[in-house]
Design a protein around this ligand. Sequence first.
Ligand code: SF4
Length: 331
Amino acid sequence: METFSYVKAPNVEKALASADGAKFIAGGTTLVDLMKLYVETPKTLVDINLLPLDKIEKLPDGGLRIGAMVRNSDLAWSEEVKKSYPVLSEALLSGASPQLRNMATTGGNLLQRTRCMYFREPSAGTPGGYGCNKRTPGTGCAAVDGFNRMHAVLGTSDKCIATHPSDMCVAMAALEAVIHVEGPKGKRTIAFADFHKLPGETPHIENALEAGELITHVDLPKPVEGAKSTYLKLRDRASYEFALASAAVVARVEGGHIRYIRVAMGGVGTKPWRSREAEAALMGKPANEAAFKAAAQAALAKAKPQKDNAFKVELAKRCLVRSLKTATATA
Ligand code: SF4
C-alpha cells in the first residue's frame, strides 16, 4: 500500500471541500483491499463516517430514502425494507459475510469494483504485467484470452468483459432507484439505469459520478401495489461468494396475467443488468412457464459467451425462470 494522508470530514461541506484528488472512505470494504493491491493509490482519504447520512426514512410520496452511509446490514434488516422491498433485503443478505455487511455502506456498494482476477493483480496495466484496460487504458484485456469463467456475457466490449459484482445493485435496478449526489457544481439525481456505464471503449469509466461528487442518498419509489418480489442468486458455494447468475424480479399478476414486471440480472453483465427485453416479453402475458422461458430467451438473446463461461447463458435463463415462478406464485 502506498502512503496517503487522512482527513476526517465532520459534514458534507467539509467532505466536498477536501475531495480534490482524494477518495472518500466509509466502510472501506472494497477500497482498502484495492489499496493493498495497488489498484487504488489515492494521495488523500477523506473519512466520511461522521456524515449524517445514515438514516432510512419514508418519503411523503410513499417512497423510501436511504442514506449513503446506511450499512448493508441495517438496510437488509430494516422492517420497512423487509416488508415493502423484500427483493432488496434478500439481495443484500446474499452478499459478502455478516461482518462485511456490518461495515459496507449503501454508497460504497454502488461503487463496488469488479472481482476480475487480472484487474486485482498488483502489476496489471503496467509494463510486464497483465493487460487491463480498466486499470490502464490501452494495455489490453488479459481476460479475453485468459481464464474467464466468472466474466460477463452481456454488455461486454473487446476492451473489457468484467462482471459487475454487486447484489444490492441488481435489486435496485429492478426497483428503479434514483441516486442523489452532491459535488462542486451542486446537487443532482441520476436514474439507476444511467449510473453504471458499459465498458465500451472506456472501461476505466465505471459510473456517472463527476470529479469530487459524493453520493448522499438513494431513493426508492413507492412500492407497486399488489406486487411481489424476489432475488435468487446462484453461485459456487452457499455463502460469501459472488454470483454466477442472479435475478431480481418485481411482478404483479392479475387474473393470471402479468400486469407489472421489472427484471434485473447479476453475475452476467458488465453492469447491473436491467432486462427490458424480458419485461417486454412478459408484460400482459399469462404467468406461466412458457412465458417465463420466452422471457429468459429474450433476456439472454444478445449474450456473447467467452471460452470458459458459456454455461452462464443457460444458468442465467434457469435462474430467471425460477425467479419469475417465485415472484408470480399465487399461493
Ligand atoms: Fe481488465 Fe476488464 Fe480485462 Fe478484467 S476484463 S482484465 S478488468 S479490461
